[in-house]
Design a protein around this ligand. Structure first.
Ligand code: PMP
Length: 387
């Protein structure tokens, strides 16, 4: 089987499997004072240090959550403490290509959520954002802004430094969904001017069901989403998922060590794209006018419906993804591509291939050979129907 869907979930790294397996029968609750409890606490704190290093932020600024969805929803709160002082955001501005856990607006009422458009290359319109923020502030409103570091479908990197500059000097805060950026490009909340950042363990080869909300300044953070016990410094109640958090720490450590090795993945991805364009010279690649993650390729061939192609590839043991709607199990046109102005018919043909540190040149070759056969069959069938 060939797995080319790392942006959906990266396979658990061998070092993570080993670490987690060794903990399966460890009963300790990290809040307990006895030995097993202290052992669980030590594992969580060591993971916190590793995630802090990946995030470029002191360990105590990391709050573990059940994943990036929870981290995003926690951050997208009208109610924040800023330098320890209560602040109430009246609006939420989100990029048009954000993950659904952001576009759904978190804890803001639906009428307070606004979308900032992206251009054809997928980049947030920074001038439109700056104008909207200035207008809202003149009107006595206070916006919170949420823009992702890298898009999960296209790999497009948002101009976070420019966004941070545009917001500097205003009272707005910036939250960054850095799920797809982690381990692939450096994370730099200071350069981005970000107050908070969401991370997910399973995108960097850790277990599913762990993530983190990272704060740049410990005194500046959202009101907790889950309230109850005093876990995670009162920022997130509930007994910690020690197993998944420990695995997250091991994965974060490994991912940080790999940052320098992205050239090889870029080379494989570029070779893949050349191969695709060689098979069909009318192949359209999305997001290539902007800076992109090294591992992501999103493309379409007109007349080759993604849904049909995915099933055919799956029957050959090759796992790739369609543009979107992966969570609902059926393929519809990707809102990300539609926001970039891609016509709906073409968006239905979008396929995403995302590589990881384990991907080999031989796997790319096998994929391309399968793609040549499958896409020709589908294209001929759809041309036949049209005739
Ligand atoms: N943001 C982005 C950009 C993502 O790709 C994902 C995962 N699809 C999430 C947030 C949600 O992460 P999790 O699965 O940890 O809830």
């Amino acid at each position: 089987a060939i797995y080319l869907d790392y942006n959906a979930s990266a396979p658990m790294r061998a070092c993570v499997v080993d670490a987690v397996r060794g903990l399966l029968a460890e009963p300790g609750n990290a809040s307990s004072v006895h030995g097993p409890g202290r052992a669980a606490r030590a594992r969580i704190e060591s993971a916190r240090a590793a995630v802090g290093r990946l995030a470029g932020i002191p360990a105590q600024h990391v709050t573990f959550t059940s994943g990036a969805t929870e981290a995003n929803v926690t951050a997208l709160s009208p109610d924040w403490k800023v330098s320890g002082v209560e602040r109430w955001f009246t609006r939420l501005l989100v990029g048009a290509t954000e993950h659904p856990s952001v576009t759904s607006g978190g804890r803001f009422p639906a009428e307070a959520v606004e979308t900032i458009p992206v251009d054809a290359s997928g980049l947030v319109d920074v001038d439109a954002l700056a104008r909207r923020v200035a207008y809202l502030q003149e009107d006595g409103e206070l916006p919170l802004v949420s823009v992702m570091a890298a898009n999960n479908e296209t790999g497009v990197l948002q101009p976070l430094e420019r966004i941070g500059e545009a917001l500097a000097g205003s009272d707005c805060l910036l939250h960054v969904d850095a799920v797809q950026a982690a381990g692939r490009i450096p994370l730099d909340m200071t350069a981005w001017g970000a107050a908070s950042m969401a991370l997910s363990a399973h995108k960097i080869g850790g277990p599913q069901g762990a993530g983190a909300l990272v704060l740049r300044d410990e005194q500046t953070g959202p009101r907790p989403l889950l309230r109850g016990g005093g876990q995670e410094g009162w920022r997130r109640a509930g007994t910690e998922n020690t197993l998944a958090i420990a695995g997250f720490g091991v994965a974060a450590h490994a991912a940080l060590g790999e940052l320098g090795a992205c050239d090889e993945i870029t080379r494989l991805r570029d070779g893949l794209e050349q191969g695709l364009c060689h098979i069909w010279n009318d192949t359209i690649r999305f997001g290539t006018d902007a800076q992109r993650l090294p591992n992501t390729c999103c493309f379409a061939v007109p007349g080759v419906a993604a849904e049909t192609a995915l099933i055919a590839l799956d029957m050959e043991g090759i796992a790739v993804s369609s543009g979107s709607a992966c969570s609902s199990g059926k393929v519809s046109a990707s809102p990300v591509l539609l926001a970039m102005g891609v016509p709906r018919d073409l968006a239905r043909c979008a396929i995403r291939i995302s590589l990881g540190p384990e991907t080999t040149a031989a796997e790319i070759e096998t994929f391309l050979a399968a793609w040549q056969r499958i896409s020709r069959r589908i294209r001929e069938a759809s041309a036949g129907r049209a005739a």
